[in-house]
Design a protein around this ligand. Structure first.
Ligand SMILES: N[C@@H](CCC(=O)N[C@@H](CS)C(=O)NCC(=O)O)C(=O)O
Length: 210
């Protein structure tokens, strides 16, 4: 059966990023919500005009839902969240909290952590973004010390995204933030996480023989 939802990712990536490619976020959301989906690939090498027509930066993921195609993992997650109350509560307060923390994951945490660990690859201890990244994580740790999940008193798409941002090994190991670590462990222990993770790993292993 052809699923209505198609998650697009690369046909292959090197071993390093496997398990972390952002199609994982969409897989995880579908698994949490029980939404049927299929996964299709674009070439990792030789990215063509058809790929750029659907993701203007030649990246993945992008999502197809019937006649709609959208890119940006955050936008795709919010699109999926409209389909399932599991991902986003329907009451205005719960929805507002989910939205603010979804955007915070992208625009207050990931926008610092990605350049921080990337620069760290070459700069080591002299990373100029170290203080900024640790300060953001410290404030988030204080929030997570007071509650299990970020929004609406339960797991939502905001947690899925925040945990995915924080589970990057260098980010999870940064500083001394026990609340962040147990939050990531809690999120990653969810059965839907494992199904999504195994799915992505199997996809890229299959790509080794492409
Ligand atoms: N802001 C984008 C970032 C997408 C992104 O960085 N995708 C990576 C894979 S996780 C990618 O396609 N990398 C290849 C490249 O940038 O050329 C999103 O969240 O969808």
């Amino acid at each position: 059966m052809t699923e209505a939802l198609t998650i697009w990712t690369f046909d292959w990536v090197p071993e390093g990023p496997r398990g972390y490619v952002r199609d994982f976020r969409l897989r995880w959301a579908c698994e949490e919500a029980g939404l049927g989906y299929q996964v299709r690939s674009v070439p990792f090498e030789n990215r063509g005009p058809e790929h750029f027509a659907r993701q203007p930066f030649g990246q993945v993921p992008f999502l197809e839902d019937g006649g709609i195609t959208l890119f940006e993992s955050g936008a795709c997650l919010l699109h999926l969240a409209r389909k399932s109350e599991t991902l986003m509560p329907r009451d205005p307060k719960g929805e507002a909290e989910t939205l603010e923390w979804t955007v915070a994951a992208l625009n207050s945490i990931e926008m610092v952590t990605v350049p921080w660990w990337f620069i760290g690859l070459s700069k080591g201890a002299d990373n100029p973004l170290e203080g900024w990244a640790l300060q953001r994580l410290k404030h988030l740790d204080a929030v997570l010390a007071r509650r299990a999940w970020l929004a609406a008193g339960r797991f939502t798409v905001a947690d899925l995204l925040m945990a995915d941002v924080l589970r990057v090994p260098k980010v999870k190991a940064a500083g001394d933030f026990p609340a962040i670590r147990s939050y990531v462990d809690r999120a990653c222990a969810r059965p839907a996480f494992k199904r999504a993770y195994d799915g992505q790993m199997a996809h890229f292993v299959a790509g080794d023989s492409r």
